[in-house]
Write a protein that binds this ligand. Structure first.
Ligand code: XMP
Length: 551
């Protein structure tokens, strides 16, 4: 099933420009880290029954510019209704509806009177709750074809061909819809999509949220716009206005601290908070000497000079490199860098004075994952260290304006805030930086060599225009030396590995099939322009069994 998740294309849809205004936006709210969506005029609530695809449903809804939140199927009714749902989507799940203890359809769903889309287990729940029948063990996995009942003329399938391919993944099937309901599509002669007499409730057996259902997005759009009558109001502009209003409400006249890592999340947080409270924000950026070519300068250029933020840069390269002398073990490197970061951060902070709030770039997938810890990968392969990660015992109130956003939405907001495109579309970069891409001991000459090789990889991938299809692309400096020939002379120099992967979320990855002429240009330039390197290899290992980073 992982391949489906890996193949999901994330559409980046934030083209609107945000014009800053001195007027506080009309919407007001108080706590950013609590339920904030009451502000939204239109919110779709997705009840999660444990499907592995539930997060994808949320992404598909957001792609239609409709706000949605994922909520556990057994969340208290008051908590769900506080979101003022405009529609419900019931997710799939691993259970069988008649099983003892199987998750149920909460009474508030139908009592609320709003439109409902049931997907897979959601269809079975609606069917069982309203008097239809579900037959256990009528399994269907994989691709299937459905026939849309033209006569039913259901808006869920508006604009779609009579026959279409879908993705099925279910153990039970419905054999009879609830009394009065219409079958609006079937598969192999069995009902696969049904609608209530008034058309307000629709339910489908297949998964519209996965890419293997090619017209899945149309189906979700049809539900949102045609059946639930919702509007595309969840735009970057709306989102920014709301975030600014919430930050102002929450922070009042207090001071806010934000740790900038050079990545897109902390950059967008800083820009948002700055728009909201201006001078009350101070950013701290730790230059640990392990960044890529030009990265530290770009952070200073963007935030200090272009955006006019209060930025304190801790120039700490010497300290970090001193801590890394003689260290070869990757975990030891990570530990030392993490510890040094905290030390430098705390010292810098001691000079900057008191702050009541800490602004952080927590994203919605992190929030969802912490609510479903069982979905997190259990084995610890590497101690991931986030350079924005701060000591647990710091006593701050948190400002988390990205808490309900997916990564593509964060990028859209960043663009709308006018952040530079190469910052907004920056590829993920590990907290310990280039230290985990210099194999063996990290020192200044090795870092300088790697920085040049890595800059060539980045430049060439960007010039080829394929960067949006690649999750990460970078160089690794190995301590391996091999013999080469340059001019008429023998060389004995280091080997650089080029790594480029495609991935959905970094959890699994495949090596990217970069065009051969691109690889040739990268290799040529590295051996010609980077002293001390005479051989370039391309890493053709997927994750698993390898990891994306080499250490
Ligand atoms: P691996 O190497 O574990 O990497 O396959 C998966 C993704 O995580 C990034 N990565 C890190 N990110 N702190 C981070 O914030 C870290 O310590 C860290 N180590 C790896 C890596 O670049 C890839 O995107």
């Amino acid at each position: 099933m992982q391949t489906i998740l890996d193949n999901q294309a994330i559409s980046d849809q934030g083209e609107q420009r945000f014009a800053p205004t001195d007027e506080p936006p009309a919407d007001q709210h108080s706590a950013l880290s609590t339920q904030h969506s009451a502000l939204q005029r239109e919110t779709v609530v997705i009840l999660d029954y444990g499907s592995q695809y539930t997060q994808l449903i949320a992404r598909r809804v957001r792609e239609q510019r409709v706000y949605c939140e994922l909520v556990e199927h057994d969340a208290p009714a008051a908590q769900v209704m506080a979101l003022h749902p405009s529609a419900f989507i019931l997710s799939g799940g691993p259970n069988s509806v008649y099983e003892p203890g199987a998750p149920q359809l909460p009474a508030y769903v139908l009592a609320s009177g709003v439109p409902v889309l049931g997907i897979c287990y959601g269809l079975q729940l609606l069917t069982a709750a309203l008097g239809g029948t579900v037959e256990p063990h009528l399994r269907q996995y994989g691709p299937a074809t459905i026939e849309i009942e033209q006569a039913a003329d259901c808006p869920l399938f508006a604009g779609m061909p009579v026959t279409t391919n879908v993705w099925m993944s279910h153990g039970d099937s419905i054999t009879a819809p609830p009394p009065g309901w219409r079958v609006i599509a079937s598969s192999a002669g069995k009902p696969t999509a049904i609608a209530s007499p008034d058309g307000k409730y629709v339910a489908i057996q297949f998964h519209p949220e996965v890419v293997h259902t090619p017209l899945g997005s149309e189906i979700i759009r049809n539900f949102l716009y045609n059946i639930a009558g919702l509007h595309a109001t969840w735009t970057p502009t709306a989102l920014i206005e709301q975030a600014i209003s919430q930050i102002r409400d929450m922070v009042g006249g207090s001071r806010v601290l934000c740790a900038l890592s050079g990545g897109v999340d902390s950059a967008v947080v800083a820009a948002l908070v700055h728009q909201a409270v201006g001078e009350q924000l101070t950013c701290v950026f730790v230059d640990n000497g392990l960044l890529r070519l030009g990265e530290a300068e770009q952070v200073e250029e963007t935030f200090q000079r272009a955006l006019g933020l209060n930025l304190i840069t801790a120039h700490a390269a010497d300290r970090f490199l001193a801590r890394l002398v003689g260290v070869i073990d990757p975990e030891e490197k990570r530990k030392r860098i993490g510890a040094e970061f905290i030390r430098v951060f705390e010292e810098t902070l001691a000079e900057a004075g008191d702050f009541e709030f800490l602004a952080q770039g927590t994203l919605y997938p992190d929030v969802i994952e912490s609510a479903h810890p069982e979905r997190k990968s259990a084995a610890r392969i590497k101690t991931h260290h986030n350079v924005g990660g701060l000591p647990a015992d710091m006593k701050f109130k948190l400002v988390e304006p990205l808490r309900y956003l997916f990564k593509d939405e964060v990028r859209a907001v960043g663009e709308a805030l006018g952040l530079p495109a190469d910052l907004v579309h920056r590829q993920p970069f590990p907290g310990p930086g280039l230290a985990v891409r210099v194999l063996g001991e990290v020192n200044r000459p090795a870092l300088d060599t790697l920085r040049l090789a890595d800059a060539i990889v980045r430049e060439e991938v960007l010039a080829s225009g394929i960067e949006a299809t690649v999750w990460q692309y970078f160089a690794v400096l190995t301590p391996l030396q091999s013999v080469g020939v340059m001019g008429d002379g023998r060389t004995y120099a280091n080997m650089v590995a080029v790594r480029a992967v495609s991935s959905q979320d970094g959890m699994t990855a495949d090596w990217a099939r970069l065009p051969h002429d691109l690889l040739a240009r990268i290799s040529n330039r590295i051996v010609n322009e980077v002293a001390g390197v005479n051989r370039v290899v391309y890493d053709i290992t997927s994750k698993p069994p390898a990891t994306i980073e080499w250490e």
